[in-house]
Design a protein around this ligand. Structure first.
Ligand code: IMP
Ligand code: MG
Length: 179
């Protein structure tokens, strides 16, 4: 195992091994499987959650499970209001469906709150949230997170889908920034 990895100007050290990730993912999928949710539509938030989503989906045994991928994209609404965000990629009709959002990491919760706001406009039946990693000390929102893989300190992490400046998503372990 590589204990350290350099990405651009920063050095990262091993934090969560591939084996530990596997057991976290198994645990989260068991909890989702046992939650009683019916005919779920999983919505994976790109780019970061693509590996987590792929691993979790293969462990979900709920009948009629579907998955869709979205991205939160910034665009200039008007010249005066500046940046507005919208969801891209959502094709299928999710009206009255039970949604499970799949996130790689929830930090301040700003992204998550925006996604929930935009999904609610689609008149979904229910929204649950599953995240691999959660930074409780950075979280600024009240929205409860239903399925948390692992809570971590306010460290910057890369690997298993998570990036530093778009690099590091391919790493099979999760690394944290070395102090
Ligand atoms: P939030 O809106 O502050 O919750 O942050 C959401 C996004 O910031 C995540 O979906 C990630 O893309 C990114 N992010 C937050 N913390 C980390 C980290 O430690 N490593 C890599 N990306 C992160
Ligand atoms: Mg993300």
């Amino acid at each position: 195992m590589n204990n350290e990895v350099d990405i651009k100007d920063k050095r990262f050290e091993i934090f969560i091994s591939e084996d530990e990730i596997t057991s976290i993912v198994t645990d989260v999928s068991n909890r989702i499987n046992n939650s009683g949710i019916k005919d779920p539509v999983f919505i994976a938030v790109l780019n970061g959650s693509f590996i987590f989503a792929a691993d979790i989906m293969r462990k979900i045994i709920i009948p009629n499970t579907e998955i869709s991928f979205i991205k939160l994209s910034s665009y200039s609404g008007t010249k005066t209001t500046g940046s507005v965000q919208k969801l891209i990629g959502l094709r299928q009709n999710i009206r009255n469906r039970n949604i499970v959002i799949l996130e790689d990491i929830v930090d301040t919760g700003i992204t998550l709150e925006k996604i929930i706001l935009l999904l609610k406009k689609e008149n979904v039946a229910d929204i649950k949230i599953a995240t691999l990693l959660f930074k409780p000390d950075a979280y600024t929102k009240e929205i409860p997170i239903d399925f948390i893989g692992k809570s971590i300190a306010n460290d910057f992490v890369v690997g298993y889908g998570l990036d530093y400046d778009e690099i590091g998503r391919n790493l099979s372990h999760i690394y944290k920034l070395k102090e």
